[in-house]
Design a protein around this ligand. Structure first.
Ligand code: NAD
Length: 505
């Protein structure tokens, strides 16, 4: 089944933020579009607002005046649901309540033909539950657009339990014909993006709760080392703490309080206090006029070490060896079967974050994962009270000699970027193993939906197949709550690679 014909009318019900965006997308693609909203006058206002946006596209020369005029003529507010009778697709973007959505679709079913594709833009409700109210649930799908819909390409096309594959395909092909990047997914809490992205927020908040570092430092490490566009604290201030927390709570509840999705107490307190982020002037940060943005913790300048000894290949941080040499610091390489580390002149060791804590070893400094050690502008280090000050000074001086700023955080196992990336990789493997989506669609969804610099599977391949498993296994040993327990899918993945590499016992 192919995309809807462009001559087929499309209806958008609920003409708030999302409804207007979706209507604009369908309209610019070429469909006649009907708008309906229960609030009196709202559909007309929405049509005017969309018209204004089309004017701006003309000003920016992204749309011709003739196309704008034709599009405006195709856009009609409807005073009554019955005016949607000839539509081939109805996309619902009304308020996020199951009973309201079910009631709307029950009413619509008596109006449209049995072949009309019905779609919900819900972010957090079960597509299956909404569709359960229908007489013909096979033609019901989730079409989850991201805000702002005209700009963001990702659309999650969600098949509920009863969705007929021909209708899911029609929805998918239609989204593609509208210039979007659709991904197919099963009806699961959070779909793809909101399920797999949870640890990005949760781990940053957990490091903060463990007194590992302050928000400005964690955000700086996520951006400047992890390669994320924004840190978790600044991003949730932008999204709204109430909105972000409610997505987390909804995913956690829908998974029957699975500990891997447990919400953050620190974020709860923030929401309770009314500090919801930019929209209220305060969140993790103070956004009021004149407020200064706190600086991340950055270590004072230290002497670089005279040399380093590399034991093992340092994978997946192997690029560091070339960078150290380029900085003029001699590297002596020694083959080492047991682990991989840099030994500093003080005798202390520098080890990539691995889910253990510095207190377990004599004189160890951990360094965090970077997306790309050459491009990273900041590296986090962690040490325990048992780490010799000279070892920490040499480790700091080493990264500074490579042109990096250094943030020394508390002794938090898995540090900041490493634990976050490992958990995202784990949830991605778990989702694919449970039939939520393909690896390719998961990668597309995370890159386009939340701007991750790499998809979880690309990241996993780059880091080595058993890297995330080993890190989470170590974290799970130190926090046996289950939050870090690697999934069976990740275990299988790591084990299969061990066998291929001939290292399984
Ligand atoms: N805002 C986002 O970032 C975002 C992103 C993706 C999905 N969503 C989902 O999209 C939907 C709409 O969200 P929004 O942010 O656009 O909300 P909104 O509050 O901006 O708009 C909702 C509109 O629906 C209308 N409405 C309420 N009940 C109605 C009914 N029974 N029939 C017709 N119209 C009705 C309201 O009058 C309002 O105009 C929700 O399901 C939400 O979860 C939102």
């Amino acid at each position: 089944m192919t995309a809807l014909d462009l001559s087929s009318p499309v209806a958008v019900v609920g003409t708030g933020t999302m409804g207007q965006g979706i209507a604009q997308v369908a309209l610019v693609a070429g469909h006649p579009v009907r708008l309906y909203d229960t609030a009196p006058g709202r559909a007309r206002e929405a049509a005017d607002a969309i018209g204004g946006r089309l004017d701006r596209l003309v000003e920016k020369e992204r749309l011709t005046a003739a196309d704008r005029d034709a599009a405006r003529a195709r856009l009609l507010p409807a005073g009554n649901l019955s005016e949607l009778a000839d539509c081939a697709l109805v996309v619902e973007a009304v308020l996020e309540r199951l009973d309201v959505k079910q009631e709307l679709f029950r009413e619509l079913e008596d109006i449209v033909t049995d072949d009309c594709l019905l779609a919900t833009n819900t972010s957090s409700l079960s597509v299956t539950a909404i569709g359960g109210a229908l007489r013909v649930p096979g033609r019901f799908v989730g079409l989850h657009f991201f805000n702002p819909a005209p700009l963001l390409p990702l659309v999650e096309v969600v098949s509920g339990f009863a969705t007929d594959v021909t209708y899911a395909t029609r929805a998918y092909e239609t989204a593609r014909a509208w210039g979007k990047a659709p991904v197919a997914c099963a009806d699961t809490p959070g779909f793809i993006v909101n399920r797999i992205a949870r640890p990005f927020y949760a781990e940053a908040f957990a490091v903060y709760e463990a007194q590992g570092a302050d928000p400005a430092t964690i955000d700086a490490v996520l951006r400047e080392s992890g390669g994320f566009r924004m840190g978790a604290f600044e991003l949730t201030d932008l999204i709204g703490q109430d909105v972000n927390e409610s997505v987390t709570r909804s995913v956690w509840q829908s998974f029957f309080q699975d500990v891997r999705f447990t919400p953050s107490l620190a974020q709860r307190r923030l929401v309770e206090s009314g500090r919801l982020g930019r929209k209220t002037g305060q969140g993790w940060y103070d956004h009021r006029d004149g407020a200064e943005r706190p600086e991340p913790d950055t270590a004072e300048r230290q002497q670089p070490p005279a040399y380093v000894v590399a034991e093992g290949d340092l994978a997946p941080a192997g690029d560091l060896l070339a960078l150290i040499r380029e900085a003029g610091i001699p590297v002596r390489e020694e083959d080492e079967d047991n682990g991989t580390r840099l030994v500093l002149p003080s005798g202390g060791q520098l080890v990539l974050a691995d889910g253990q804590t510095s207190v377990e070893f004599r004189d160890v400094v951990y360094f965090d994962l970077a997306l790309d050690y050459r491009k990273a502008t900041r590296i986090a280090l962690s040490a325990s009270q048992d780490t010799a000050p000279q070892t920490l000074a040499e480790a700091t001086g080493l990264f500074q000699a490579l042109g990096k700023k250094v943030s020394v955080i508390g002794d938090v196992p898995g540090m900041i970027v490493a634990r976050t990336v490992a958990r995202i990789i784990d949830l991605a493997h778990d989702a694919v193993a449970k039939g939520v989506a393909t690896e390719e669609d998961v990668d597309t969804a995370m890159r386009l939906g939340v701007n991750y610099p790499l998809g979880p599977f690309e990241w996993s391949r780059r880091l080595g197949r058993s890297w995330a498993y080993a890190l989470l296994d170590d974290l799970h040993l130190r926090d046996p709550s289950g939050r870090y327990a690697p999934s069976l899918a990740l275990y299988r993945h790591a084990h299969a690679s061990d066998k291929r590499e001939g290292t399984a016992s």
